[in-house]
Design a protein around this ligand. Structure first.
Ligand SMILES: [Fe+2]
Length: 215
């Protein structure tokens, strides 16, 4: 029994990462709810491995190091995004953005939203198909790197918001519901310059059950 407990403890210790101060890292890399190859061909295994394992891990590491000794050291992620600027904002924003992004997909995804979210989308855009068109157009029309979001306000009113770089709707007092990453690192290996094609394909893997819960 003791041997098993010691083995488990060793396993946990080995998996912990430390910041530059030597403390256990406050923010951790979000766990994928699917295998890295599960979203192919919409998103390839190689893209997931780089995007999640390298790009997001770097944002997490940077954030953990940047907050040392600042007023953000003991704050939660959303508060940091709302109140910070500069490097702390860029890295916390990207951690929040990617946490939402990677947990909204499933190999069994696709189809349409249901329930209240479906009703709200129909009421705002007339149909799910119209919403998809406007969402894709917003993503294609965003110059440079950034995100396109479906967000809701305090009354549940929906809107599509475009955010440059690390932006997230929480800075506008909105709740992010669904986010497509339009940074080239999210699609370039699989789609090269064809951002529009990539956005169109993403609908096939959206996990509407996970997205519905955010609404
Ligand atoms: Fe990204």
């Amino acid at each position: 029994m003791l041997t098993i407990l010691l083995s488990i403890l060793l396993l946990i210790t080995n998996h912990q990462e430390f910041n530059k101060k030597g403390d256990i890292m406050k923010f951790e890399l979000v766990k994928l709810p699917y295998e890295t190859s599960a979203l192919a061909p919409v998103i390839s295994k190689q893209t997931i491995e780089l995007h999640h394992g390298k790009h997001l891990q770097t944002y997490v590491n940077n954030l953990n190091n940047l907050i040392i000794g600042t007023k953000f050291e003991n704050e939660d992620l959303e508060t940091i995004v709302k109140k910070s600027d500069g490097g702390i904002f860029n890295n916390s924003g990207q951690v929040l953005n990617h946490n939402l992004y990677f947990t909204q997909f499933s190999p069994k995804g696709g189809g349409k939203p249901s329930g209240k979210l479906a009703d709200a989308i129909d009421a705002t855009w007339g149909s799910f198909e119209n919403f998809q068109k406007e969402f894709e157009a917003a993503g294609v029309g965003l110059f440079g790197s950034g995100w396109v979001w479906l967000a809701k306000d305090k009354d549940g009113k929906l809107s599509i918001t475009k955010e440059q770089n690390a932006g997230n709707p929480v800075t506008k007092d909105l709740t992010p519901i669904l986010g497509f990453d339009v940074w080239e690192h999210s699609y370039y290996l699989d789609y090269q310059n064809r951002r529009a094609d990539h956005l169109k394909e993403l609908w096939k893997i959206v996990d509407w059950k996970a997205v519905d819960k955010r609404y």
